[in-house]
Ligand binder design. Structure first.
Ligand code: 9MJ
Length: 700
C-alpha cells in the first residue's frame, strides 16, 4: 500500500516539493484590490520557494523588486485589506535583547538510533513485544531525517503566533521573530482558522546551495564561515536581530502535528498529507509494511541523498497508526513508536597524526595525511591525500591537528576543515621537503605548478617502482595477477629494476618460487600473464611507458597520428604538436623521453623480448563528416560508456582529446559535467548534449 504522498525518488524529489508551493488559502473577498494583492502574493511566494528552498529562482531580481514594490504600494493605500499571509510582513520586528524561555506544552523528545538492518529489526521486535496479537507487525511510515533544528510552531485560529526551539526538550527559546522571516513558513493558515490551537513541529534547515552561497559571501568579506548547513541554520536562528535571520536562506519542513489535529486523521502519513494541503512544506514520505520494504526505501534514499537540495543524516521510521503511537508511549525521553535509521556519517572528526610525502611515478611529491583510523561514509579511512603543498597551506593543516574528513559515495576522502582551536601547543607549520624522502635528490617546485617534484628521475627507487606498477596496470599492459605488492617484492629482491626486466622473470623461476609465499602455481600464473601481455596495442604500449603528460587518450591519439613506434620516436616537436591533445609541454616531454638513452634501451629490450602489437588502422578522416573537428567528452553518458562514444566520434573522423584547449571544437557534455563545461564556455567551445550527439552518430 502506498501513501498518497509520492515516495522519494531521484526524479520526483523536486517536483514533489514543488507541489507545496503556495497552498495558503486566500481570504474570500471579491474586491478587485484583493484579487490584485493575491496575484502579487502568489507570485512572490512562488519565487521565494523556488529561490530559498529549491535554489532555482524563477524571477529576475528586478522583477522581484518590482512585484514587492507593487504589493507594498497597494498595502499602503489599502491597509485594511492587507492579507495575513503577505510576504511583506515576513521580515520580523525589532532586534531583541535576549530570547524568552518557553516551556513546551508537550515535551519535545529526541529519537533513538539504529544503524543497520539487524538493529532496525530489533526496533520492530520491541514494538511488537508491546502489541497484542491483532496489532503485531503494524504498518510503518518513513520520512527523511532532516539535519536541521527542531522547532515547535503554534497557530491560533490559523494565525502564526509562536515558534520555540527544542532547547532541552522541556524548555526552549522563543524565536518567533526569526521564524517569521522563513519564506516557506506560513504566517496564516486559512484552512486552520477554526482550530483554536494548532501545534506543529518540524526542522528549520538551510538548503545546501544557500549554505554554499552564504559561505562564499562570508569568505569574500573575510568573515568566519560555517562548518555545515546545520550550524549555519542554528547560527541564523540564534540572531537577536531578525533582519539578519531574514537575509539567510532558511526553510521549514514540517513532520508532526502535536495539538489540534482534526479527529478524522488517524495515521502519521495522513497527518503529513493534511499538513501539505493546508500550506506546509513536507518532505517525502513512504508507507512500508515490513522491515524488508523499510530497508529497500532506506537504501534507495541513501543513493538519492546527494541529489536532495538539503542534507539528511538518515531516515525516521514511525508506527503509522496514531492510536498505536499513543498506546506505545515513551521510554524515558524517546518515543517507543519511532526511531532514526541513520546513514553512515559522511563527515567525521579525527586526528591527523602525521603528514608523509609520497613520490609518484613521474616524481610528483604528494603529501598524505596519516589519520587516526575512522569510519566515514561506511568505510574505515586511515590515509587521506592532501593533494599538494598549496592545499596544505590553504587548509593550514599541521601534524597533530583535529580535522574533519568527508567521504560521500565513492569519492575519495578529503580533509574539509582543520580545527585550529584544538591545535596542540607545540605544533609546527608544515614545510616542503628540500630532498626526496626516498632517494635524497633535490626537490623542486616549478613556478606555476602545483606539484613539487623529485629530480632523481629513474634513479629514484620510488619512481622506478611506481613506473613498474603503472606498466602492468589494467589499462596499460594489463598483466593480470602481477599486483603492486609482488612487484615491490621483486624490486626489493633485485629481480626487476626496469619494466623490461618483467619479461626476463621466466629466467628466475626458482628464485620466484622461494620468495615469500609464492608457490609454483602462482609463479606459473604470473609468467603466463606476462607472456600473454606481449601481444598488445601500440596505444597501450605508449601509455604503459609512463611518459609524463601522456594519459590514455593522448597515447591513443599518438598511436593514430604516427601509426608506428619508430615514427613516433623519431618525431620532432612540431610533428608531435600536430597530434590532438598534445600541447607544447607534453610535446617537449615526449620528445625528451624518446631521446633519453635509458628509455631507448628499455624500449629496445621490450621489443627484443617479444612485445609486439597489431598494425594500427589509421582512420583516414578525409571526407568523413567530423574531419577536422576535435572533441572532448566530459560527464557521464546515459546511453553508453565514454570509450564507446569516443570510438563512434573517431569513426566519423573526429579527433578526441582529453582536455579542453584552443584546438577543441566541440564538448560532449554528459551528466555532472564539471570544470570542463566552465572552461568550454570560457573559450567559446560549442557544447552538445547526449541527445544531439546520438542524433549525430545516427543512434536516434
Ligand atoms: C527529522 N529530524 O527529520 C522527527 N524528524 O518525530 C522527523 N524528526 C521526529 N521526524 C518525532 N522527520 C520526534 C522527532
Amino acid at each position: 500500500m502506498t501513501d498518497p504522498i509520492s515516495p522519494l525518488t531521484s526524479k520526483n524529489i523536486n517536483k514533489d516539493i514543488n507541489k507545496d508551493i503556495n497552498t495558503a488559502n486566500p481570504i474570500k473577498n471579491n474586491d478587485a484590490i484583493v484579487t490584485q494583492m493575491r496575484t502579487f502574493i502568489d507570485a512572490l511566494k512562488q519565487h521565494n520557494y523556488a529561490y530559498y528552498v529549491l535554489d532555482s529562482p524563477i524571477l529576475e531580481d528586478s522583477e522581484y523588486d518590482q512585484l514587492r514594490r507593487s504589493l507594498l504600494a497597494l498595502e499602503e493605500q489599502y491597509p485594511d485589506l492587507v492579507q495575513p499571509d503577505s510576504p511583506i510582513n515576513q521580515v520580523g520586528d525589532m532586534p531583541l535583547s535576549a530570547f524568552t524561555q518557553v516551556t513546551h506544552d508537550i515535551p519535545m523528545l529526541s529519537l533513538g538510533n539504529v544503524f543497520d538492518y539487524d538493529e532496525l529489526h530489533g526496533f520492530m521486535r520491541r514494538v511488537n513485544d508491546r502489541l497484542n496479537d491483532a496489532q503485531k507487525n503494524p504498518e510503518y511510515e518513513m520520512e527523511l531525517k532532516l539535519d536541521g533544528l527542531a522547532v515547535s510552531l503554534k497557530y491560533a485560529h490559523g494565525k502564526f503566533i509562536q515558534a520555540v526551539t527544542r532547547g532541552d526538550g522541556q524548555t526552549g527559546e522563543d524565536i518567533t521573530q526569526n521564524a517569521k522571516t522563513i519564506r516557506n513558513l506560513p504566517l496564516w493558515l486559512a484552512a486552520a482558522s477554526d482550530i483554536p490551537l494548532l501545534e506543529v513541529r518540524g526542522e528549520v534547515l538551510m538548503p545546501k546551495a544557500g549554505f554554499e552561497r552564504l559561505n562564499r559571501l562570508a569568505e569574500e568579506k573575510g568573515d568566519k564561515t560555517f562548518a555545515n548547513p546545520r550550524n549555519a541554520a542554528a547560527g541564523s536562528l540564534r540572531q537577536l536581530d531578525p533582519a539578519i535571520a531574514a537575509s539567510r536562506p532558511l526553510a521549514f519542513y514540517c513532520y508532526s502535528v502535536n495539538q489540534g489535529l482534526p479527529e478524522h486523521i488517524k495515521t502519521q502519513s495522513a497527518a503529513l498529507a493534511w499538513l501539505k494541503t493546508i500550506g506546509f512544506t513536507v518532505s517525502a514520505v513512504e508507507v512500508v509494511q515490513n522491515p524488508r520494504e523499510a530497508q529497500a526505501y532506506y537504501e534507495s534514499t541513501k543513493e538519492a541523498r546527494s541529489e536532495l537540495p538539503f542534507e539528511i543524516d538518515g531516515m525516521v521510521i514511525k508506527v503509522n497508526s496514531l492510536a498505536l503511537q499513543q498506546q506505545l508511549g515513551f521510554l524515558s525521553r524517546e518515543p517507543r513508536w519511532a526511531t532514526a535509521y541513520k546513514f553512515p556519517a559522511e563527515t567525521v572528526m579525527t586526528r591527523l597524526h602525521a603528514i608523509e610525502w609520497q613520490v609518484g611515478r613521474t616524481g610528483a611529491i604528494t603529501p598524505v595525511g596519516k589519520l587516526e583510523p575512522v569510519k566515514v561514509g561506511g568505510v574505515t579511512v586511515s590515509n587521506v591525500t592532501l593533494h599538494n603543498f598549496g592545499e596544505i597551506q590553504r587548509l593550514d593543516v599541521r601534524a597533530g591537528d583535529m580535522v574533519s574528513v568527508h567521504r560521500a559515495g565513492d569519492v575519495i576522502p578529503k580533509v574539509t576543515r582543520v580545527w585550529t582551536d584544538q591545535r596542540p601547543e607545540n605544533s609546527e607549520p608544515v614545510t616542503l621537503p628540500s630532498t626526496c624522502p626516498v632517494c635524497d635528490s633535490p626537490v623542486v617546485l616549478p613556478k606555476d605548478e602545483a606539484l613539487a617534484r623529485c629530480t632523481g628521475g629513474l634513479f629514484c627507487p620510488a619512481q622506478q617502482v611506481e613506473a613498474l606498477i603503472h606498466f602492468v596496470s589494467r589499462r596499460a599492459m594489463d598483466i593480470d595477477g602481477l599486483g603492486a605488492s609482488w612487484l615491490i617484492s621483486f624490486f626489493e629482491h633485485g629481480l626487476v629494476k626496469t619494466v623490461a626486466d618483467i619479461y626476463q622473470l621466466h629466467n628466475h623461476q626458482e628464485e620466484l618460487i622461494t620468495l615469500e609465499k609464492l608457490g609454483e602455481k602462482s609463479v606459473q600464473n604470473i609468467l603466463s600473464a606476462i607472456e600473454a601481455s606481449k601481444h598488445t596495442t601500440l596505444a597501450r604500449f605508449i601509455y604503459a611507458l609512463g611518459i609524463r603528460g601522456v594519459g590514455e587518450t593522448t597515447a591513443q591519439n599518438l598511436a593514430q597520428q604516427f601509426g608506428d613506434l619508430d615514427s613516433l620516436m623519431a618525431a620532432d616537436i612540431d610533428k608531435l604538436l600536430q597530434t590532438p591533445d598534445v600541447g607544447t609541454i607534453t610535446a617537449e616531454l615526449a620528445y625528451k623521453f624518446f631521446r633519453a638513452p635509458h628509455n631507448i634501451e628499455v624500449i629496445t629490450a621490450l621489443r627484443e623480448a617479444g612485445v609486439h602489437w597489431d598494425k594500427v588502422e589509421q582512420v583516414a578522416s578525409e571526407g568523413l563528416p567530423l574531419d577536422g573537428q576535435t572533441w572532448v567528452i566530459t560527464g557521464a553518458l546515459d546511453s553508453m560508456a565514454r570509450d564507446e562514444a569516443k570510438a563512434k566520434l573517431q569513426a566519423l573522423g573526429a579527433k578526441v582529446s582529453g582536455s579542453i584547449s584552443a584546438k577543441t571544437t566541440t564538448l560532449l557534455a554528459g551528466d555532472k559535467a564539471g570544470s570542463k563545461m566552465a572552461k568550454a564556455e570560457k573559450l567559446g567551445v560549442k557544447v552538445v548534449g547526449e541527445d544531439e550527439f546520438l542524433a549525430l552518430v545516427g543512434e536516434k
